[in-house]
Ligand binder design. Structure first.
Ligand code: ZN
Ligand code: ZN
Length: 581
């Protein structure tokens, strides 16, 4: 399952600016001044990060390619220093809550950039950050401007392709072999962009013949640069020996900047270990209850993990046929909307319907579901629920997939991705006029909310409290818990591959193919896998806290709506503001 809420589309709208201006007259002078500064920060952010700007839908710098040399590193550090200086002029305690959050998000982003450039230094050991084919593919696929305009921007970017890859190769000191392999795969995988996609677009465009000739030649040069980089990576692979494991110190820092939790990584890891024990106990109870229904003639296994695994295996047989996968998802959306309304869980804006569509070809091949939401520069665009198709899958692969996304998990997936999970949260987030919160969005809050809603829906009676539904939710929740244990275990505690596969297959009841995939993911990423559990834990804690304080006045709908009204802010910041009230 993937979320592409970070990928935004199309044109700039002035609407947000007008609203901001109107509300400024009401805010106090310091807030007004800060808001002007925050807008300046964003403008400057794009100037220093043209590729990121392209991806979020801000297209003023589409012709600029950042050469990853020491000069641009220096510029980035100057950018950080200048803005930390500007921020220091504001007394955060005097700002209104929404601006306090923006202040903290900006500060965190600056400190994180500084730390990455001076301490983490991925440019020296992670070759997978060097890849221009993804950016060019994105510019060719999206339709924010006529193809001719986009091609001219691409042309300017590609002028520097060979310089870009030369500098990249020179930056690498002692790379991580797993990341060298990833970079080889991705750069080889991206060659089709220059071999075919770009050339096809050029040939079909209305560019002049001489422009076309120039661009076709440039596509070949870019292709040669990519191939040259790949050969370089293959040459240095045998002598690459750096460990992919971050180690405790770097991991804690990465966790602090990316998750922005009130807990340390180690504290969260310990909570995950406890949660795993708790979930196993709950699952054993439910499984014992279900055993006679599914195995009427067999004695119940003594070992709890065996018992759970065998019941899960039977319950997973309840799944749709491959050809019904999409329609089953589609049919559930209105049911979820109706349930949220009936139980009065939160307001869902009917003017922003979720459009279910077949996954577009360029998202290729990954079945399941994901949300494509409009970005901060295009809030009026439609939100799509992309549903993958199992068409053409070999029967065995489809069966294994459908057992995983069985009757129960499929509903939990729809809660998580769509209603009242990611989609609903995004609609609320887009009502906040703050660009800062859209752009520097806190991933742990976004994922935590989606995970939280799964449990909240079941607690409200969704799925009729059947033991099967709960068992599957426990399994699903155990996945986020084990993601945290795996990530910290591997990067800090030297967890081996055998231990990791054992954790995922025997203790989290995953298929071996899924476990292998997770192992590969944890070799090339860090911290992101903890965001689901981190956000979930903090949201549950906030709710319990408020319930204690408010007693019988606690109102679930009001809690949800107020929580979401802060936008994509760290749960830590939202908690502070909600508890202060
Ligand atoms: Zn089956
Ligand atoms: Zn999610």
């Amino acid at each position: 399952m993937k979320n592409i809420y970070a990928f935004f589309l199309v044109a700039f709208t002035l609407l947000a600016c007008k609203n901001e201006k109107a509300s400024q007259s009401l805010a106090n002078a310091l807030d007004a001044e800060f808001e002007v500064y925050a807008q300046y920060f964003i403008d400057d952010l794009w100037k220093h990060n043209p590729e990121w700007a392209t991806y979020v839908g801000f297209h003023a710098y589409d012709s600029v390619l950042t050469i990853p040399d020491s000069a641009s590193l220096q510029k980035s550090l100057e950018f950080v220093a200048a803005h930390l200086d500007s921020l220091a002029k504001y007394d955060i305690t005097k700002l209104k809550p929404s601006n306090q959050i923006d202040y903290e998000l900006i500060k965190n982003n600056l400190e994180s950039t500084q730390w990455s450039n001076t301490t983490l230094k991925p440019h020296e050991w992670n070759p997978s950050i060097y890849n221009i084919s993804g950016l060019i593919a994105f510019m060719l696929n999206e339709t924010y401007e006529p193809i001719e305009t986009r091609l001219k921007d691409i042309q300017k970017r590609l002028q520097h392709a060979s310089h870009y890859y030369k500098v990249a190769a020179g930056n690498l000191k002692n790379p991580v072999p797993e990341l060298v392999n990833l970079a080889i795969q991705q750069n080889e995988g991206g060659q089709y962009v220059f071999e075919t996609t770009l050339k096809d677009s050029v040939n079909q465009s209305n560019l002049t013949e001489s422009e076309k000739t120039l661009m076709l030649a440039q596509a070949d040069t870019a292709l040669a640069s990519v191939k040259g980089f790949v050969s370089h990576l293959k040459a240095i692979l045998p002598e690459s020996s750096a460990s992919f494991r971050l180690g405790k110190e770097l991991y804690e820092a990465a966790f602090k900047y990316s998750i922005q939790s009130r807990f340390s990584a180690e504290e969260l890891y310990n909570q995950a270990l406890n949660r795993k024990i708790y979930l196993h106990q709950e699952m054993a109870e439910v499984s014992a209850e279900l055993w006679p229904k599914y195995y009427p003639y067999e004695p119940k296994p003594k070992n709890n993990l065996d018992l759970i695994a065998r019941v899960i295996s039977k319950v997973s047989e309840n799944h749709v046929k491959p050809e019904e996968f999409q329609s089953a998802i589609e049919a559930q959306i209105p049911e979820l909307v109706a349930f949220v309304k009936e139980k009065n869980l939160l307001y869902i804006d009917p003017s922003k319907p979720l459009v279910v569509r077949k996954e577009p070809a360029y998202m290729a091949g990954v079945a399941g579901a994901s949300v494509s939401a409009p970005g901060p520069y295009d809030k009026e665009a439609k939100t799509y629920y992309n549903v993958g198709s199992l068409e053409g899958w070999p029967a065995e692969k489809a069966e294994s997939y459908l057992r995983e996304y069985n009757h129960y998990i499929l509903q939990i997936l729809n809660i998580h991705e769509a209603i009242p999970g990611h989609y609903t949260q995004l609609v609320y987030a887009n009502q906040s006029p703050s660009l800062v919160k859209s752009i520097l969005a806190n991933g742990a809050m976004i994922e935590g909310w989606a995970v939280y809603t799964e449990k909240m829906m079941l607690n409200s009676g969704y799925g009729n409290n059947t033991p099967e539904m709960w068992l599957m939710w426990y399994k699903w929740n155990l996945r986020t818990v084990c993601n945290t244990i795996l990530d910290y275990g591997v990067h800090v505690n030297n967890m081996s591959k055998d231990e990791a596969i054992h954790l995922l297959t025997k203790e989290a009841f995953q298929e071996i193919a899924e476990a292998e995939g997770k192992w590969n993911r944890v070799n090339v990423t860090s911290v992101q896998l903890t965001s689901y559990f981190a956000g979930f834990v903090e949201i549950v804690a906030l709710k319990e806290n408020l319930k204690e304080i408010q007693g019988s006045d606690f109102d679930l709908k009001a809690f949800h709506e107020q929580f979401l009204s802060y936008g994509n802010a760290p749960v830590k910041a939202i908690s502070r503001l909600m508890l202060a009230k």
